[in-house]
Design a protein around this ligand. Structure first.
Ligand code: SF4
Length: 336
């Protein structure tokens, strides 16, 4: 359904050109859930925003690549054509629901605005009455109690979890084929996080939507994802099914991420592990592996050359020199 090929995106800043995304390849199949995981600044949100073309055009430079949606390259169509894609084909859920909504408008008016702008009624546009009925139906679909009353309320009258439900209703308003969720649960309490993930899974099952979820939280990945792409320093370092990443991962950065999760088996007083060091400066990205400065297995070749992609199975790909057949070191993932 969606294929990203060799995407390179830079930002022009006072410090120089930040090479935020450096040759990303990803695929999203029908009704799939792809999680893009990594630390802040690894390029995951920029990749997602590129799909929607939501960048600040004054400072953003899409250096190369294609984003193919059912064969159409979203990077080469006009802004007017792109407006037809946003909402109708691709819906977006943002991290902070309060900032995604207008505080001076009722949630009903915000949903009807989306519907009247994007969704076609009998004559290409919905009437006000049709749009309001659909807004109530959407609030019911995301399980907000008393949708007939709540449709006339303002965002400040909702809790954080309820607001995220409203944002999901807006994203689903025009029955998109793809839902992009950028850290959709980060601003929410843990119990509400689980409810929102359950709701997204339900939406997927009922509406047959494909999901791209951007997150730094491997708990969220385990809960919802079928495929995972691990990003670091603007590139995808490992990608595979959720089982490949949790049980058969081959990249030292993925190992570091997995080791930093809290587990039931952790002994009392045992500190959580962290990955020492900081991510690379993408104004001057390293010539070799971006993880080399923090990797305990780094060799000279890692510093000099970007590792090629090694296919471990049809779906499981990893960029690490440890997988080179001539590599003298063959570490395995340490048991945790
Ligand atoms: Fe570590 Fe080298 Fe693999 Fe990079 S390529 S993750 S530095 S071993």
């Amino acid at each position: 359904m969606l294929e990203i090929k060799n995407l390179r995106v830079s930002f022009h800043t006072y410090s120089g050109e930040v090479q935020a995304v450096r040759g990303v390849n990803l695929r999203l199949e029908d009704e799939d859930t792809l999680a893009i995981v990594g630390e802040s600044g690894c390029g995951k949100s920029v990749t997602a925003q590129s799909i929607m073309r939501l960048h600040n055009e004054e400072i953003t430079d899409i250096k190369s690549g294609e984003i193919l949606l059912d064969g159409t390259d979203l990077l080469s169509i006009s802004e007017k054509e792109m407006q037809g894609i946003r909402g109708n084909w691709i819906g977006m859920i943002f991290q902070e629901p309060m900032t995604a909504l207008n505080p001076t408008m009722t949630v009903g008016n915000q949903i009807t605005e989306v519907l009247r702008q994007h969704a076609g009624g009998k004559n290409g546009k919905m009437t006000k009455k049709e749009a309001r009925e659909r807004a109530v139906e959407l609030l019911r679909m995301v399980k907000l109690p008393n949708p007939e009353q709540r449709v006339d309320q303002f965002p400040h009258e909702f809790s954080g979890g309820q607001l995220q439900r409203v944002v999901i209703a807006m994203a689903m308003a025009c029955s998109p084929k793809i839902l992009i969720a950028d850290e959709p649960t980060t601003a929410l309490d843990v119990t509400v996080q689980a409810q929102i993930l359950d709701l997204m899974k339900e939406m997927q099952k009922e509406k047959k939507v494909s999901i791209i979820i951007i997150t730094h939280d491997l708990g969220v990945v385990a809960n919802i994802a079928k495929k995972v792409a691990v990003m670091y320093g603007g590139i995808v370092v490992e990608t595979g099914t959720v089982e490949d990443i949790f049980y058969r991962s081959k990249h030292p950065y993925t190992w570091g991420l997995l080791d930093s999760i809290s587990r039931l088996s952790r002994r009392k007083g045992e500190p959580l592990k962290s990955i020492e060091g900081t991510p690379p400066d993408l104004v001057k990205p390293p010539a070799g592996c971006p993880f080399a400065d923090r990797c305990e297995y780094a060799m000279q070749v890692c510093k000099d050359h970007l590792p090629p992609e090694t296919g471990l199975s049809e779906q499981h790909l990893c960029r690490c020199w440890l997988l080179d057949r001539d590599c003298p070191v063959k570490p395995e993932r340490r048991p945790v």
